[in-house]
Design a protein around this ligand. Structure first.
Ligand code: GLN
Length: 212
């Protein structure tokens, strides 16, 4: 199992380091053909307008959509979340409209451009996630199929999942937080090697009874 990190621009090195720290094979992705070889893709933070331009320049749009359609997990952080959103406040064209959400870019204004906070993310257990926000977007609307994974104290949505696509407004990779990457690795393993839990193998106790 191998996870790719889109390495066109932005904070991709930290995602590669986080994946490698938890023992996952991680590769930089810059060209469409490299997407054939990965079981999941991380879209890092950075600048979504630049990322949009580079995705188009290198012909990555359709191959990433195809990877998602095959069921491989995608995880977008910050600018990566904007790139995955179906709708952007202000009417910018979506890039990879895979998440049925509306995002607002730079939602915290100038006073609060960057901040850190502890967030409850029940899916990841009781220990809060230390979240680093850098000129971050928030989610203004979620579709019916979207699970909300985390909110700020004021109720604003900052982490979501829709089927195989996860996105966070913040940067877990800048805070030593590995649980989103572990979740993604579990989803990528299941994608690479389906079989567990879908009834292909007899349950061990049943097997031993039959054999005995
Ligand atoms: N403000 C950036 C944008 O709108 C996102 C910032 C980030 O990824 N840290 O694209």
């Amino acid at each position: 199992m191998k996870i790719g990190v889109l390495a066109l621009q932005g904070a991709f090195a930290e995602h590669l380091a986080t994946l490698r720290a938890i023992g996952v094979e991680a590769v930089e992705v810059r060209l469409p053909e490299q997407l054939g070889d990965v079981d999941g893709l991380i879209l890092p933070g950075g600048e979504s307008t630049t990322m949009r331009r580079l995705i188009d320049r290198w012909g990555l749009r359709q191959p990433i959509l195809d990877l998602a359609a095959r069921g491989a997990p995608l995880f977008g952080t910050c600018a990566g979340m904007i790139v995955l959103a179906r709708e952007i406040v202000g009417g910018e064209e979506p890039v990879l409209p895979l998440l049925d959400v509306t995002v607002e870019r730079n939602a915290f204004g100038r006073q609060l451009e960057s901040f850190e906070t502890d967030l409850s993310v029940p899916l990841l257990g009781d220990t809060p996630v230390h979240a680093v926000f850098i000129r971050a977007p928030v989610i203004r609307r979620v579709g019916d199929e979207v699970d909300v994974l985390a909110r700020l104290g004021d109720g604003r949505i900052v982490a979501v999942r829709e089927r195989n696509v996860i996105a966070t407004s913040f940067h877990p990779e800048l805070a030593g937080e590995t649980r989103f990457h572990r979740l993604m690795a579990m989803m990528a393993s299941e994608h690479a090697d389906p079989g567990e839990g879908i009834g292909r193998r007899p349950h061990p106790t049943r097997r031993s009874r039959q054999e005995g």
